[in-house]
Write a protein that binds this ligand. Structure first.
Ligand code: ZN
Length: 442
């Protein structure tokens, strides 16, 4: 038996398709060819901050075992599935497929890490494909080869989650999704926290259904395959489900965030975690967005908590000069209006600075608050005329009402990769031991 890795990406567009759907179809088609699956199909979200990302920036990989003699037939099946389902006429959709046999070289794993946390180039992907004796098939500009190779390299050895995606039948695609809202609320109550981000707690909005014309009816995220399957059984759909598939993913793992030691290392397009002291009191700009400047010994950088981040925006407003924080988020390049800015996904408050206001002292004779006679010139009482240069201003400390802990953007504005609060303490450190049976339904 031969081990084979099939990675692909960038087949969809904002107007149609979904690369996960091609994976779901291939699970059925390859199953019929007699291959066995070594893992769930994996859905790897790459750096969401690169400007040329695809919708959601998710790449797919199928890990299979097959007889050597059907390798060519498998490749043909995959390429046909991409040709039949990709949105070729859309500018910016540049599908790519990568095939790799036997084992995944270390450099491909390192490449995947860079594609998730940073910025990678097409020419590096192509060089690595050649070096690894892989085979790449690109359509149009073939940018999907980058994601295809990265999906092969990221085997989700460490923390990972699952997503069960249910697909719509062709005649319903593009129409409003019909699922019973109350069944989603019930599912959330019965299966959370083993499933997550089903419903937004602040707005009560259902989060499992996307809004576009893609073939996805809903996606349920969770900690293990049986939790997402159970949740799927509780959700009541009023339209037929064509098929569903469980994916193993890096959703909700913070895999994109990379810690840097200094603000000078905050680079455009990279998702970072960086510590700094709040340099001045935050500004609230038009639209209710909060701009926060943090500094360290080497430099300073702006951070933005946008209005839709909900709780995060609210906590960012409460910060004052001197607070010590850890900012987490993607780095937006400077524009004509704004400098380089970290778009906050999370904010960890490490130390709350005292917030004090200084007042003039009271007159020791008549208790009236005194007037300053100028810097270091002492105070004078307007009522009784007492003068002194011995008294100093007195500080009054305010209650801060700010708990030093981590604050995360509200679920409705979380990125696929953002680790939600309920996943803290549930991180996995190893691969799943076995696959459960019946994990897809063609
Ligand atoms: Zn006085």
């Amino acid at each position: 038996m031969t081990r084979m890795y099939i990675g692909f990406d960038d087949t969809d567009s904002p107007r149609m398709g979904c690369t996960t759907y091609i994976a779901a179809i291939l699970v059925e088609k390859l199953g019929k060819l007699g291959v066995s699956f070594a893992d769930y199909p994996t859905l790897v979200r790459l750096n969401p901050n690169v400007p040329w990302k695809t919708r959601g920036n998710g790449a797919l990989c199928l890990r299979i075992r097959c007889e050597r003699k059907i390798v060519e037939e498998i490749k043909e099946t995959v390429i046909n599935a991409v040709e039949e389902n990709a949105d070729f006429s859309y500018e910016g959709t540049d599908p790519g497929v990568v095939f790799l046999l036997n084992s995944v070289p270390k450099q491909v794993k390192a490449f995947a890490q860079r594609a998730i946390q940073g910025v990678v180039k097409m020419k590096d992907a192509l060089r690595l494909v050649e070096k690894s004796h892989a085979e790449a098939v690109g359509f149009k500009k073939g940018r999907g080869i980058i994601g295809g190779l990265a999906a092969i390299g990221e085997n989700l050895e460490g923390d990972h989650t699952y997503e069960l995606i249910a697909y719509r039948t062709p005649e319903n695609r593009g129409t409003p999704r019909r699922i019973e809202k109350s069944s989603v609320v019930e599912m959330n109550e019965k299966t959370s926290p083993l499933t997550f981000n089903n419903v937004d707690p602040e707005t009560k909005r259902i989060l499992i259904t996307p809004r576009g014309p893609d073939p996805i009816l809903y996606g349920i995220r969770g900690e293990n395959p049986s939790a997402v399957r159970r949740a799927h059984q509780i959700v009541h759909s009023q339209e037929p489900i064509e098929r569903w598939t469980i994916f193993r993913t890096n959703h909700g793992t913070d895999a994109h965030l990379q810690r840097v030691n200094s603000i000078t290392q905050v680079k455009t397009f990279n998702p970072v975690v960086v510590q700094g002291v709040v340099a001045e009191n935050p500004k609230v700009i038009t639209g209710g967005h909060v701009i926060l400047t943090i500094r360290d010994n080497a430099g300073k950088v702006d951070c933005a908590a946008y209005k839709p981040t909900g709780k995060l925006q609210a906590v960012a407003r409460k910060l004052v000069e001197g607070d010590l924080v850890e900012a987490c988020g993607g780095v937006r390049p400077p524009s004509s209006e704004y400098p380089t800015t970290i778009n906050l996904e999370k904010l960890r408050i490490l130390k709350v600075a005292p917030k004090a206001t200084l007042y003039n002292p009271r007159c020791p004779r008549c208790f009236k608050r005194m007037k300053s006679m100028g810097l270091k010139k002492g105070f004078r009482c307007e009522k009784c005329g007492f003068r002194t240069s011995k008294l100093e201003k007195v500080a009054f400390e305010y209650e801060r009402n700010l708990e030093p802990k981590i604050y995360i953007t509200s679920p409705r504005s979380q990125r696929h990769l953002t680790k939600p609060m309920c996943r803290y303490g549930r991180e996995k450190s190893q691969m799943p031991k076995k696959m459960i049976n019946h994990w897809h339904f063609p």
